[in-house]
Write a protein that binds this ligand. Structure first.
Ligand code: ASP
Length: 301
């Protein structure tokens, strides 16, 4: 295993499954997480150059659960604001004894950083609209937990796919597995890269796309990644692309609804979010377990 997690393709199928199994060992029956003082000598820096709630907090909780010291690097009040590059910033942290950087960055800088500082371990916590490997691990873990495996499952991904690093990493992850089918749905202007996919089919009519789905992955509109203001009639958008309990009736009865968060209640109704089929809150909890497994593995490598 490489000493960095830069993209999901850094992991073989076996390493992916091993990490998921390892992660499940960190979960207690009562929903709490095992705390083990495994890395009292290690220091982890959480560097988030884009907003985050779940990813950032879960990495911090995971690192603390493992006994690490954690630096919640405050980008807005750091020398990055004075014009210092991310390279100098991470170099400085390395000289102070940081062992591992969890990095979220709007640009693709993480590979160059890993080359520039080979002694540092990097975990990708979101790279522009390119990739989000630990989210893919969470999503796979949640599917396997609920469905046993992804074999034979019909997977539907709906929403703003073009800007979704969650989608790209998830597709990369499942490309090593066999599954039933993969369908993409959503507004054509938000699915332009998914109309002739090598892996799945694009079906703009959500009422057709949802039929026979076992897994429904919903994604919010990533307003912050559009170059110009979105001229969108939200009521019309919801009418065509919102996951509602009525639409859920068209999927398989035991279909699961997933969402990486944050939820805007445009892409999914509150009733669907709260329905028995929703595993969105399980995904959040699995975030801590997966990040404990990832940190353990990469701090030991
Ligand atoms: N939290 C996910 C991400 O960081 C999805 C999103 O922001 O919509 O990519």
């Amino acid at each position: 295993m490489s000493n960095n997690l830069l993209s999901i393709s850094d992991l073989t199928k076996k390493e992916t499954l091993d990490l998921i199994e390892f992660a499940s060992n960190f979960k207690n029956e009562d929903g709490s997480f095992r705390k083990e003082d495994l890395f009292p000598d290690k220091t982890v820096a959480n560097i988030f150059c884009e907003p985050s709630t779940r990813t950032k907090s879960s990495f911090e909780i995971a690192a603390r659960n493992l006994g690490c010291s954690v630096i919640d690097f405050d980008v807005a009040n750091s020398s990055i604001e004075k014009g210092e590059s991310i390279f100098e910033t991470v170099d400085a942290l390395s000289l102070m004894g940081v062992d591992l950087c969890v990095l979220r960055h709007p640009q693709s800088v993480i590979r160059d950083l890993a080359e520039y500082l080979p002694e540092m371990t990097f975990i990708n916590a979101g790279e522009g609209s390119i990739s989000h490997p630990t989210q893919a691990l969470i999503d796979l873990m949640t599917i396997i937990e609920k469905k046993g495996s992804i074999d034979d499952l019909n997977i539907l991904i709906v929403g703003d796919l073009d800007h979704s690093r969650v989608t790209s990493s998830f597709i990369e992850a499942i490309s090593n597995f066999s599954f039933g089918s993969l369908t993409f749905s959503g507004h054509p202007a938000m699915c332009s890269s998914y109309q002739e996919p090598a892996l799945g089919r694009y079906e703009p009519d959500l009422d057709l796309a949802i039929q026979e789905a076992d897994v429904i992955m919903t994604l919010r509109i990533q307003y912050e990644r559009f170059d110009k203001d979105l001229d969108l009639d939200l009521e019309e958008y919801k009418h065509s692309y919102q996951i509602t309990t009525e639409r859920l009736e068209m999927a398989k009865g035991d279909a699961i609804i997933m969402h990486p968060g944050p939820v805007n209640y445009i892409e999914i109704s509150e009733a669907a979010y709260q329905s028995e089929n929703s595993v969105i809150r399980d995904q959040i909890a699995n975030g801590v377990a997966i990040r404990m497994a990832v940190l353990s593995r990469f701090l030991s490598s």
